[in-house]
Each structure stands twice: as C-alpha cells, then as structure tokens.
Design a protein around this ligand. Structure first.
Ligand SMILES: [Zn+2]
Ligand SMILES: [Zn+2]
Length: 233
C-alpha cells in the first residue's frame, strides 16, 4: 500500500537528505516538519464558523460551498511556509498540511462522504513556469490519504494575468467570476460531494466562484479546505 512511497522516501533520503520545509534544517526521513517549526505554526486556537470558515461570518446566502476548514492563520511562519511551498517547491509542507486537514475532515465525519477531490486551477503559464500547482499537490496528498479519486479537469481558468492580492475585495469577486468556467466534463460532478482545495483562503471569492461553477454543473455538496486563512479580528 503506502509502503512503496515510504521505501522511496527512505531511499531518496540518502541522495537528497530530508529537510524541514520552513527552516531548512535536516530532519529524519519520515518526518515532514521539524518540532521547533511545528510548535510555532499559527494553528487555530479558536473555533471558526464551519460554513464560512471565518471568525466573523461572511454572508452565508452568498456562499455556494457547504463548509470550509483551514488549519492556521495566514501570518508569521504559516505565511512563510506557504510562500516556500509556492516558490521553493517545499512539498513536505503540502503533505504535512494534507495530513492535518484529513484529521479535521475525519473528525467532522466528512471523509467518507467525499466522492472526488479537486483543486482551484492555476493560470496555465504560471503552472508551466513553476512546474506545479501547490493547491493540486495538496489535493493529491489528501486524495492519497483518504483513498479517494482526484480530478483536476473539472474547472477551467482563462489565461489571466492579474495578481489577485493587488485587488480590492470587490475587484477580486468580479475577477474570480470572470476567470473560471466549467470544463463541460461533468461525470465526476453530477450528484457528487466534492472537496475543493486551495492553499490560502482570504476573501473567499476564488473558492466561491469555483464552487458556483461546480454547483451549477450539478454537484450535490462542496466542502473546501485550505492550509491557512486570514481572520477578521
Ligand atoms: Zn524547521
Ligand atoms: Zn459563518
């Protein structure tokens, strides 16, 4: 089962010694993060709304997803780790986050309800330049852990160029609604419960625009996960 992957990890450690994805320190081959970095991650210490995932509710009537779960606040070492996952290919952090998010899904008894896992698509040229989509990698680790299929062809994205963090909340909403469109392949969508993954959850425009497409294509339920979220307080 998972043994092939573990053997690979054990062997690859001789050539590329395993490192902590945040501080870069050498760690044992079967670890994903060092203890010191794990201790200071800005994990949630308060319970957040299970529908909108925030500490101060967004307008639930506007949401197309049925629930959203995140692990930590998008600040300090959480922000640093996601930056390194995006730009330095620190995939240990995606795997670590996937394991923790799976624990949350199991705790909420949602793991068995999920039919298929997908991720927010990345702009094609960006993916080509970076070589991977970090949200897809997170989705992959979750799919392996939950033993569920993954499909990354459910939502399409136009060749957009804007850097979303430079936009206001209203601009982000309009932008997200413009750049995503349905793929036309709905066999994994109709009547299904989908898990949509992204690395960061901020205004919710992206997750919501993607969820809208999936719901309009026939999805029964959409749950979202992200590694980190911004909070309002
Ligand atoms: Zn570390
Ligand atoms: Zn809420």
């Amino acid at each position: 089962m998972a043994s092939k992957r573990w053997i690979y990890k054990y062997l690859i450690d001789f050539i590329y010694p395993n490192r902590c994805p945040i501080c870069g320190k050498f760690i044992r081959w079967d670890k994903l993060i060092c203890d010191d970095c794990e201790k200071v991650l800005p994990l949630h210490n308060e319970s957040l709304c299970e529908k909108c995932g925030k500490d101060k509710c967004l307008d639930h009537d506007q949401l197309y997803f049925d629930g959203i779960f995140t692990l930590m606040r998008y600040e300090d070492s959480g922000k640093e780790a996601i930056y390194r996952l995006k730009y330095d290919r620190e995939l240990n952090f995606a795997e670590y986050s996937a394991e923790k998010l799976c624990e949350v899904l199991t705790d909420k008894k949602l793991d068995s309800k999920i039919d298929c896992i997908t991720a927010v698509p990345m702009n094609k040229s960006k993916k080509l330049e970076r070589g991977y989509n970090q949200a897809e990698r997170l989705a992959h680790f979750v799919a392996v852990k939950l033993k569920k299929p993954e499909n990354h062809k459910l939502i399409c994205r136009t060749a957009d160029t804007a850097e979303q963090h430079t936009l206001s909340a209203d601009e982000r909403k309009a932008y997200a609604e413009r750049i995503f469109y349905p793929s036309g392949n709905h066999s994994d969508i109709k009547g299904k419960t989908l898990l949509l993954c992204d690395d960061v959850y901020t205004t919710g425009s992206t997750m919501n625009a993607c969820s809208k497409i999936l719901k309009e294509s026939g999805a029964e339920k959409i749950y979202c996960i992200a590694i980190a979220t911004t909070l309002l307080k």
